[in-house]
Structure formats: C-alpha cells, structure tokens
Design a protein around this ligand. Structure first.
Ligand code: NAI
Length: 398
C-alpha cells in the first residue's frame, strides 16, 4: 500500500494523493449537480482541461449543460511509488469515469497543445468521432514554457515587474514564513518571451487551425481566461510581464473575431477572479493578496473556488441572463473581487500582516492552505482512506 504524503517545497506541491484527487473531482461534480441543469453548449473543446479553471469549466459544462467534451492537457502518469505522476493525470481519469457514467463523451488528449501535431490530432478526432463540429472552445492553458511550432525555439515565461523592482511581503507555506521579497524588473527579452508563452498567439493558432479544418459550428464561441487585478497587485501582475501577456490576448481577440465573422462566431476574454491554483501560488506576493482578499470575501459571502466561479460564468453569465461586460467587451465576473469596499478592506488588512499574525484567524491563510492542498488531493472534504497499489494506479486509463 502506498503512503500518500503531502510534500511542499516553497509554495510548490510535490506529493499527490490520487484517491483524494478523485474525491475532489466528485465534490466539484456534486456542486454543479446540486445546482441543476441549464441550456448550454453540447460539443466543447477545452485546451488546458486537467486542473483548476479548465477542469472546473469542463465539469460545469458536462454536468450542468450535458456537454460532450474533448480535453487537452500536459500531464504525467505514475512511474513508481516515489513518482506517482501529476495531479492533472488523475483528474482526467476521475472526470472521464464520471462523465462516461452519465453517457457523455469525455475524450482526453495528453500532449503538448502548442504543437501543430496536437491540433491536427484533435481536429481529426472532431471530424471522425465527435460529430464534426464544436460549438465552444475554451482556452485555459497556463505554462512556463512553449516551443514555437514553426521555429522549434523554446521560450520560458518570467513572472517579473516592468521598469522598477517591486518590494513586498510574501509567504512560504513550507515553513510558514512571512518575508520580504524583491522582484526584479524584466529585460525586454523576458517580456517578449513571456508574451510568447502566455500571450494569445497559440490561442489564435488553435482557432485558425480549427476554422481552416471546418470543425467550428455556426455561432461558435471561444473563451480565454484573463486576470486584471487591482492596484494591490498591479506592480507585479497587471503592470508586469504577465499583464503584457494578457494584453496580447486582448489584441488577439480582434483577430479571432475577424476570423470567425463569416460563421457568426465570437472570441471572448473572461476576466476571472483570483483563485488558489498551482500557477497562482508561485506568483510572488500573490498568496498574501489572496489570504487578505479571501478573508474579506468570505465575510461578505463572495469568496469563490474555481468550480463556483466557472458555474457562475457559464450558467448565469454566458448562457444565462446576467452577463457583465466592460467597455472593450470582456466578460467581468471579477467584479466581486474588484468591489471597492472589498479592495479597501483587503488593503487595510494586508498592511497589518507580519510573521506573528499572517497565519491566524485575522486572515484566510487556513482556507488558502486547504485549497492549495486540495489541488494535490489532500485535506479533501469527504475523503476516505483507501489501500492502493502502484500497479492499480498504473492500470488506470485516461
Ligand atoms: P493550471 O496550472 O491549474 O492549469 C493549466 C492547464 O494547462 C493544465 O490543464 C495543464 O495540463 C495545461 N497545460 C500546461 N501546459 C500545457 C501544454 N504544453 N500542453 C497542453 N496542456 C498544457 O492553471 P490555471 O490557474 O487554471 O490557469 C488557467 C488560465 O486561467 C490561465 O490563463 C490563467 O492566467 C487564468 N487565470 C488564473 C487565475 C488564478 O488566480 N489562478 C485568475 C484569472 C485567470
């Protein structure tokens, strides 16, 4: 029997618990099922489908709208008892099992979404086995590296400020430390490379390939998740390298809208709320913002996990009656986070934090830590311990 151990280095989770991950997927499915069904898309492609926002979107559309889905992700399976693979690997498996029980299609492609070959394989599958067309394409990739499919050059993204260095508080969950961090400004090359990885180029390449292959239905919608944040995180997010990448996605929206014009399609940037994910935990200073923000949002009853947020985005906003758009047409479910009273109180709280109080009831540290642990299958509600062997894990198929 394998002992599943939570192992954190800095703010990066190394250990996983596949049994807990399955339970966490089931918990999210139950959240959606308890809200009932709604009228939505039926054939969906999700690029970046195996964790956090992409997974929550997939669960929501499957169990809320009854959609068949194709999920693309980059994950690793188990090798031995010490190397069980990545969380997303088991999320894909648990999701597929549950969706197929409902009689729905849940096809997983585990491969590099940035390559031309991946796009072609997905297109062939849509044509030959998925009914020929998709009516929604969700782009939810987060990656530190991207190999350009034409030049084969590999780019690495950097999370850095632009212009001036940023100095501020951060936390380290491994040793429960609160410390001051300095974030250097990026070079022009680093800005360029971050836009190459996290900007909209690959999204546009996907949409071009899908359009050319004639696998997009009339009125197709494509969504891409962005983050804008507030003055509290602008110096290192919106005003930094990641902000540049997100601005590039805004620009690419215009090209994609042009591309989809003749089939009445639409590209939509969804500015999503701050949530605890593998990616957001390693953004410098961001965890401090989260433990302050979540505390205030919990008190106001507006704190959301990815599944809650995605359910509101698709059920209530995009396919419901309450969409909120900004002046350039982006969907703004982040309005709860940006609420001026929420921000003022978050700022006041963050300014009070130090080593002695950051992990007390004053903040939502415990909640952030639990959500972070859930991503690896630990501290999951409803978890029941089970004996599992490495051979059983290796036999699981996505
Ligand atoms: P995540 O790290 O939990 O998930 C990323 C997904 O991309 C996974 O399914 C992973 O397998 C897949 N992926 C990565 N590289 C790949 C590759 N080469 N080929 C195929 N799949 C690959 O990320 P998260 O946090 O859910 O982010 C998704 C999007 O949401 C990002 O654009 C992010 O900026 C955005 N967002 C995140 C917020 C947050 O607070 N975490 C807030 C607002 C937007």
């Amino acid at each position: 029997m394998i002992q599943f151990k939570q192992n954190i280095r800095g703010n990066v989770a190394l250990g996983i618990n596949p049994v807990g991950l399955k339970q966490e997927v089931l918990n999210q499915i139950n959240y959606v099922k308890n809200k009932g069904t709604y009228e939505g898309p039926k054939k969906v492609l999700i690029i970046g489908a195996s964790s956090s926002y992409g997974l929550a979107t997939r669960i929501n559309l499957t169990f809320g709208a009854g959609a068949d889905t194709i999920g693309v992700s980059f994950e690793k399976g188990p090798k031995n008892e010490k190397n069980l693979g990545t969380a997303g690997w088991y999320n894909n498996i648990a999701f597929k099992e549950a969706a197929e029980k409902e009689g729905l299609v849940a096809k997983n492609f585990v491969q590099d979404a940035f390559s031309h070959e991946s796009k072609q394989e997905v297109i062939d599958y849509i044509k030959n086995e998925f009914g020929g067309k998709v009516d929604l394409v969700v782009y939810s990739l987060a990656s530190g590296r991207r190999t350009d499919p034409d030049t084969k050059e590999t780019y690495t993204s950097s999370i850095k400020a632009i212009g001036e260095p940023v100095v501020g508080p951060n936390i380290n969950m491994q040793n429960e430390a609160f410390y001051t961090e300095t974030l250097d400004p990026a070079t022009d090359q680093e800005i360029h490379d971050t836009v190459k990885v996290m900007g909209g180029e690959d999204w546009e390449l996907w949409m071009k390939a899908l359009k050319e292959a004639d696998v997009l239905a009339d009125n197709v919608l494509t969504t891409n998740y962005s983050y804008l944040g507030t003055e509290l995180n602008r110096p290192y997010y919106g005003g930094g390298t990641l902000g540049r990448a997100k601005a590039d996605c805004d620009e690419k929206t215009e090209n994609i809208n042009e591309l989809l014009r003749d089939i009445n399609g639409k590209a939509l940037i969804v500015v999503a709320t701050a949530v605890t994910t593998k990616a957001s935990s390693v953004i410098p200073f961001f965890p401090v913002y989260c433990i302050g923000l979540y505390k205030i949002m919990e008190e106001k009853g507006t704190h959301e996990t990815p599944i809650m947020h995605q359910d509101r985005i698709y059920r209530d906003m995009i396919y419901g009656n309450n969409p909120e758009y900004d002046e350039i047409g982006r969907l703004r479910p982040d309005s709860w986070e940006l609420d001026s009273d929420t921000q003022a109180k978050t700022k006041e709280l963050i300014l009070k934090l130090n080593q002695d109080n950051f992990n007390t009831d004053l903040t939502a540290y415990d909640l952030f830590y639990k959500e972070f642990s859930n991503l690896s299958g630990f501290m999951v509600d409803g978890y029941v311990e089970q004996e599992v062997t490495i051979d059983e894990l290796k036999a699981l198929k996505y």
